[in-house]
Design a protein around this ligand. Structure first.
Ligand code: NAD
Length: 256
């Protein structure tokens, strides 16, 4: 029996890398994301690895769509073993110019959607006596950077949520952990470079070396493969006592 993973935001960046790795390890995958070629991505990866896949483009800003995504996963595959709350967005601005709707959107997707998805998956995981919830937080769940009020707030919130779900899941073999990456070169980061250049009044090259990677001791982007390896490890049956905590892949940022 293949285990089943629902990975939000898995048609781009980190989520896609994780989904690919899980498919290579014989998980059936519920792909999800807003990318227009999402179904094509899912189908290709499924065929290549001989695993079952499905795809949804639910907008996770809304609780009912999050719930529908979880139901769709269960109805398609008959179980949900792993839930990876990965979909996320960023917006960078000084607080006095931070648009309220951008703040609310980041809180809705980067934090609230993790709550709604975990809550909806809970009954299935409880019935299976097996569940692995992985929240993709960030080094910004542990540290702050200026101009990122909404993102830092949401990512810190997700770390708190992870601890609570770790405690509540313990009797049912449901674990919940967070992964906290430093900078990973994905479309989300590519989009930030021009915004940060404007906010900091510097060139795009300087944003990468002097702003983004400034706080990492290791001056390179975190490889997506490392995050996928970590997620797979946390999903294993033998990881049942790893719960309520965070795994930091930040090139030494928080060591300082
Ligand atoms: P990405 O932009 O490549 O992918 C984000 C995914 O979220 C996409 O599939 C997109 O379609 C989906 N998404 C966006 N808005 C959505 C919405 N309203 N409803 C449903 N899905 C939506 O980004 P990424 O860099 O791969 O980021 C993935 C996660 O990793 C995010 O939570 C991000 O905060 C976190 N993270 C990224 C970095 C980094 O440096 N890239 C570092 C730390 C944490």
């Amino acid at each position: 029996m293949n285990r089943v993973a629902l990975i939000t935001g898995s048609t781009s960046g980190i989520g896609l890398g994780i989904a690919r790795h899980f498919a290579e390890n014989q998980y059936n995958i519920m792909f999800h994301g807003l990318e227009t070629n999402g179904l094509e991505i899912a189908t290709q990866i499924g065929a290549k690895n001989n695993v079952e896949v499905a795809f949804s483009n639910a907008n996770l800003m809304h609780s009912n769509q999050v719930e529908k995504l979880v139901e769709q996963t269960y109805n398609t595959f008959g179980r949900i073993d792993v839930l990876i709350n990965n979909a996320g967005i960023q917006y960078v601005s000084p607080i006095d110019k931070f648009p309220n709707e951008k703040y609310e959107a980041i809180i809705a997707l980067n934090m609230n959607a993790s709550f709604y998805a975990s809550k909806a998956a809970w009954k299935y995981m409880k019935a299976q006596s097996f569940g692995r919830i992985i929240n993709i937080s960030s080094v910004h769940g542990l540290r702050a950077s200026e101009y990122k009020t909404a993102y830092v707030t949401a990512k810190h919130g997700v770390i708190g949520m992870t601890k609570v779900l770790g405690l509540e899941g313990a009797p049912y073999n449901i674990t919940c952990n967070a992964i906290c990456p430093g900078y990973v070169r994905t479309p989300l980061v590519e989009k930030q470079i021009p915004d940060q250049a404007k906010s900091h009044n510097m060139s795009e090259e300087d944003v990468i070396t002097k702003v983004m990677l400034k706080k990492q001791a290791v001056k390179s982007f975190v490889p997506i493969e490392a995050l996928a390896d970590m997620a797979l490890l946390l999903s294993k049956e033998s990881s049942s006592t790893i719960t309520g905590t965070e795994f930091v892949l930040d090139g030494g940022w928080t060591a300082q």
